[in-house]
Each structure stands twice: as structure tokens, then as C-alpha cells.
Design a protein. Structure first.
Length: 392
């Protein structure tokens, strides 16, 4: 039996330009998730740690960041736990590669005598670990865009490498999905996976944990151990992989372990249950959590008298959540009684704006900014036409 920990896409040093003041905090959360991943590997006493690319967000990193990574890998070295890393498409193995500038295995205390931490490169696309009866295959390119599929020559490569019970792939690539994923820097197909001759393929590049099977080959994305963007609700994990062989039959079992701090939740609030803007702010304040990405959707029928300014609500709740998203999917209350004649200002207005909203909803754009603005225009217009005072 062989036990692995599979991680990828840590993206240490990401700038997070869209997060403003929270960017520094998010970078620290990403490093904390990497440290937590090493904690899992040591606690579970795995035989091997695989890092499937994009450990760093770019090849331009301060020496302090590289030292911090080396210190975590040194914990594996001290425990005599092997680790195999590959560059990705962010920390690509080009002439400016961070892996050329720094000998990270050496910095982690893994000299030529131990080889406990290994970086696969274009010149070293595989590693035979005799003690584990395994060969790790990781085709790496010296360019961000691959000149061909990294699985193209793998069946021949396996035939040419030492015989072993386990052949494990380690790649940073996108699996082609017709109509969805057809172009990327590095593309592989399920047909290539099925024909590869691998027992397990550890993938990086997609930030949400996913798994699949092609032929007899199990493949999986571990996802980022901490979300790199706040909409990646399947991130925050590492994979524990158990490969076993009994009576000539091989099995691969996967188990997710949470290592990230970020959590995600979605909340639908019926507009009819909201008395006022302060009432909505109070409802959301009750759920405040600095580790939570909360997606709030206002649904149901919104009374004309309910005046909400979503920008003001977001400002009032600033800092209460890691990220708060507010969406208005409510609908305006149907008019009481028959519509005014179409030749009147009121009748023309209600029919025109109402029809445009219906058209957006029919085409699946009912939650767009345009639809929200039209609903607000309809609400305010109806109040004005009914003789109410409206403050803009």
C-alpha cells in the first residue's frame, strides 16, 4: 500500500489586486494553508507528498517567501517523508524561473545524499523511488504554453523507465472538455489519460477539487488549499490518496481534507420579510464571520416601499465578512387593478419597463445589473406616479 498527499495551486505571493486592504491577509491565509497541508502529511504519515505546480503565484518572489517554503519542506525532510514538485504555468520553468534562481530542495536540507525533495524539470521528467516501488512521471516544459500534450509520449516513457508496482503522473494541465475547455496553456484529453498506463494522475491548474476516471486511470485535481479567488467554493482542500493492490487488483481511494480557512455560504432572503434597510443590515450582521464568503440574494416580491441601497449596505458591513456579494433577484409587486391605458404616460412607462424586465428574465439575464436597475426604475416610477415623495 502507498499513501500520498496531493496538493497544487498554492499561489504563494499572489497580489490579489481586487481585494484592496485584505490582500495582505489573504496572502498569509494562503501560506497558512500550505503549512496546514504539511501538517496533514506529517500527521497522516504519508509516504509521499506531490505538489502539482503553481506553488508560487509568479517567478518574482522575495527571498523571505522562498525561505518560508523551504522551511515547510524541511519539516518533511526531517520526518524522512519524500516530496516531488513540478513547476506550473505561473511559476513556469523558463529562464527566469524561481526554481532556477533558488535550489529549493537544497534549501530544505535535501541534498544529493538524501534526495527527499525532488523537482522534476524538462531534463528530469521522471523519478524512480525504489523504497516506494513507484515511478513519478511529470513532463515539464520550459515555456508557459506547452508545445504538445505532456501525455503524448508517456506510454513509451513508462516502458523505458524501471519496472515498478506504481506509476503516478504529476502534471499541471487542463483536461479538455468539449464546448467548455478547449484552449489553455497545457491541454490533455481523457483519451490520453486512459491510454497513459498510469495508476493515478495528480493534477494541478484547476482551483476547485475534482476527480474522475478515464479507462482504468483515476485522476484528480486537489484544488487550491486556500481559494485564490473568492468564488472558488471547491477550494480549501488537499487530497489523501491511498493506492493498494490485493490479489492482483489495484485500487485508488481519495479522501479530501480541509486545510483552508475560507468558507462559503449562500443565503436567499425573501424581500417580503425585510422591513427596511437597517433591518436587512441587522439580519446580515448576525451572520458576520471574517472567514466567510457570503453570497446574498434578495428574492420574492419586493414592496414598492422597501427602499434599499446595496452600495450603502455593503459599506455598512465592510469587514464583517471576507467577501459579501449582494444580488437583487426580487420582483416588483404586480400593479393593483388594471394597467393605465397604453396611450398615457403611466401606461406606456409600466408596459415598457415591465416588458424589458420580462425579456431579460426570459433570456436568463434576470440577475444582471441591467435587470436590477430596471426593477429599481419601475419601483421608483410607480411610487412617483402614485404621488409618493421619492428621495434619490
Amino acid at each position: 500500500m502507498l499513501r500520498l498527499m496531493h496538493t497544487a495551486d498554492v499561489h504563494l505571493g499572489a497580489r490579489h489586486a481586487d481585494m484592496g486592504e485584505a490582500a495582505v491577509t489573504q496572502r498569509e491565509r494562503q501560506f497558512a494553508a500550505f503549512r496546514a497541508s504539511i501538517d496533514v502529511a506529517l500527521a497522516e504519515r504519508v509516504d509521499l507528498v506531490l505538489v502539482a505546480g503553481d506553488l508560487f503565484d509568479s517567478n518574482v518572489q522575495p527571498r523571505r517567501s522562498v525561505d518560508r517554503v523551504a522551511a515547510q519542506l524541511a519539516r518533511l525532510v526531517q520526518a524522512r517523508t519524500r516530496a516531488v514538485l513540478i513547476p506550473g504555468t505561473h511559476d513556469v520553468y523558463d529562464r527566469a524561473s524561481i526554481y532556477r534562481a533558488y535550489d529549493i530542495p537544497e534549501m530544505a536540507g535535501s541534498g544529493s545524499a538524501t534526495g527527499l525533495v525532488t523537482l522534476l524539470t524538462p531534463e528530469r521528467p521522471w523519478l524512480h523511488i525504489e523504497a516506494l516501488d513507484a515511478v513519478i512521471h511529470g513532463q515539464v516544459f520550459a515555456t508557459k504554453r506547452a508545445p504538445y500534450s505532456p501525455l503524448r509520449d508517456l506510454p513509451a516513457a513508462i516502458a523505458a523507465t524501471p519496472s515498478a508496482t506504481w506509476h503516478i503522473g504529476l502534471l499541471h494541465a487542463a483536461v479538455a472538455i468539449p464546448g467548455k475547455v478547449e484552449q489553455d496553456e497545457v491541454i490533455i484529453t481523457t483519451g490520453e489519460i486512459a491510454a497513459s498506463g498510469l495508476d493515478y494522475l495528480a493534477l494541478g491548474h484547476w482551483h476547485s477539487a475534482q476527480r474522475g476516471r478515464a479507462g482504468s486511470v483515476t485522476f484528480a485535481y486537489s484544488g487550491a488549499p486556500e481559494p485564490v479567488a473568492v468564488d472558488q467554493d471547491r477550494a480549501g482542500k488537499v487530497l489523501l490518496v491511498t493506492l493498494d493492490e490485493r490479489d492482483g487488483r489495484k485500487t485508488v481511494d481519495l479522501e479530501e481534507r480541509v486545510v483552508g480557512q475560507t468558507r462559503f455560504d449562500r443565503l436567499d432572503i425573501d424581500a417580503g420579510s425585510v422591513a427596511s434597510q437597517p433591518d436587512l443590515i441587522a439580519k446580515l450582521t448576525a451572520r458576520a464571520d471574517a472567514d466567510l464568503v457570503l453570497d446574498v440574494r434578495l428574492t420574492g416580491v419586493r414592496p414598492d416601499e422597501l427602499d434599499l441601497a446595496f452600495t450603502e449596505i455593503a459599506d455598512a458591513l465592510r469587514g464583517a465578512f471576507l467577501r459579501l456579494r449582494l444580488r437583487d433577484a426580487s420582483v416588483t409587486a404586480p400593479p393593483a387593478g388594471p394597467l393605465p391605458p397604453s396611450e398615457t404616460v403611466a401606461g406606456a412607462f409600466l408596459r415598457d419597463v415591465g416588458g424589458r424586465i420580462t425579456a431579460l428574465e426570459t433570456t436568463g439575464r434576470g440577475e444582471t445589473l441591467e435587470a436590477a436597475e430596471l426593477r429599481e426604475a419601475l419601483r421608483l416610477g410607480r411610487m412617483l406616479l402614485a404621488g409618493h415623495e421619492v428621495t434619490l
